[in-house]
Write a protein that binds this ligand. Structure first.
Ligand SMILES: *Cc1c(COP(=O)(O)O)cnc(C)c1O
Length: 405
């Protein structure tokens, strides 16, 4: 049985008519950029993220870039980010000729480890930009406390975490000075192309970002500062407005799938439960930790991705591919090992946890429309691999000492 990593057609089938109506509506109106659909999207998502303001923009990457531009980040300024994330988090810093200052991952959540942030601060540090990786918040209490103590603003990269809440129920994107989101089609709320969002509670920043979105123009053809074309299309906003009311149901589906994975991996003897960080005979597969499992709020992990860890990851992935089961590696190369950052002259030994994650993590299918039998098939195939094939392969990650943090 084939199990794709993601099948957007199944989601589309649920909303096809409404989406097509919306597309025709935009098409007939010929109001194509920053119109009524975008205004409605912004209003709904400001409420959803618990923020006063939300601004639709051209992509998640541009949202991050704009947030840094709004802070007036200059060449040579430093921005503290995790070394383990999607490239955009680092790319936007480098594009402003600022310096990405990398911090290792937390061994349990894979998010930035707040323990190493303070020692990364220098007089040139202008922002801290944690990522809520895979749909689970970084440790914001610790990060915000450091930011406040040093007077450094915190920008949330929430591209994988729209609708995620922190342990006390505060939504992703509402805790830092600005929150940045992506509507790339494979994200939990995906447009029909590129789109993104910035949230903030700061009125002055909102006004600045709104002008920046359109070349820093206000009034028309008068430019107080240089912005860019960071606008969102009405087509994207219209599609997002149709999808948005389903988002929490889709999150429930992702969580239900995660719970089933836990049950099946446990039943099959491959794991004893979630949150284990040491491989052993009883834990050949490490299941994703729910770091805020004590929280009364269900959305502390929305499973934008479902990440397991295994010691022979590449061999397992090849085995799954052979059987028609989709998987992905998020992310095989942390920023400190990227060719484009060799100029940073980093000491590789500083990031043992990220190196470990890059070597042994694997994303399994988790999208809401997955059927139970497909999840059973994924676990069956992994159990079969562990029973029959695994021992013939060398370990890619011998589980060095890194996961002890
Ligand atoms: C997807 C993503 C982005 C970039 O969003 P785009 O809309 O693709 O530009 C930034 N950061 C993280 C963590 C992401 O996952």
């Amino acid at each position: 049985m084939a199990v794709p990593l993601l099948d957007l057609k199944l989601q589309y089938a649920q909303i096809k008519e409404q989406v097509e109506d919306a597309l025709i509506r935009v098409s007939s109106s010929q109001a194509l950029i920053l119109g009524a659909e975008t205004a409605r999207l912004e209003e709904q998502l400001a409420a959803y993220t618990g923020c006063t303001y939300a601004l639709g923009v051209s992509s998640g990457t541009d949202a991050l870039l704009m947030a840094l531009m709004a802070l007036d980040i200059q060449p040579g300024d430093e921005v503290i980010i995790p070394t383990y994330s999607f490239f955009a988090t680092a790319g936007v810093v480098a594009r402003l000729n600022a310096i990405p200052v990398l911090v290792d991952a937390d061994p349990v959540s894979f998010n930035i480890n707040p323990k190493h942030i303070e020692s990364a601060i220098t007089p040139r540090t202008k922002a801290i930009m944690p990522v809520h990786l895979y749909g689970q918040c970084a440790d914001m209490d610790a990060i915000l406390a450091i930011g406040t103590a040093h007077g450094i603003p915190v920008i949330e990269d929430g591209a994988q975490a729209l609708g995620t809440v922190y342990k006390d129920g505060r939504p992703a994107g509402s805790m830092g000075l600005m929150g940045c989101f992506s509507f790339y089609p494979t994200k939990n709320l995906g447009a029909f192309g590129d789109a993104g969002l910035i949230t903030t509670n700061d009125k002055d920043l909102y006004i600045k970002l709104k002008q920046m979105r359109n070349h820093g123009m206000e009034p028309r053809y008068y430019h107080k500062f240089v912005g860019g074309n960071f606008r969102i299309d009405e087509i994207q906003s219209a599609v997002l407005n149709v999808k948005f009311p389903h988002l929490d149901t889709w999150h429930q589906g992702r969580r239900r799938n995660a719970v089933l994975y836990t049950e099946l991996f446990t039943e099959s003897g491959l794991a004893t439960g979630t949150g284990v960080t040491e491989f052993s005979a009883d834990n050949k597969v490490l299941l994703p930790a729910m770091v805020y499992a004590d929280s009364p709020y269900p959305n502390t992990h929305i499973f934008n991705q479902y990440i397991i860890r295994v010691q022979r990851r590449n061999a397992l992935r090849a085995y799954l591919t052979e059987q028609g089961i989709g998987s992905e590696i998020y992310y095989p190369v942390p920023f400190h090992k990227q060719e484009c950052f060799t100029y940073l002259n980093l000491n590789d030994a500083q990031f043992p946890v990220a190196d470990c994650c890059a070597n042994d993590s694997l994303a399994l299918p988790i999208f809401p429309e997955l059927r139970e039998e497909q999840i059973r098939e994924v676990v069956r195939a992994i159990a079969e691999f562990e029973r029959t094939v695994s021992a013939n392969h060398t370990m890619e990650c011998s589980h060095c000492t890194c996961m002890k943090g």
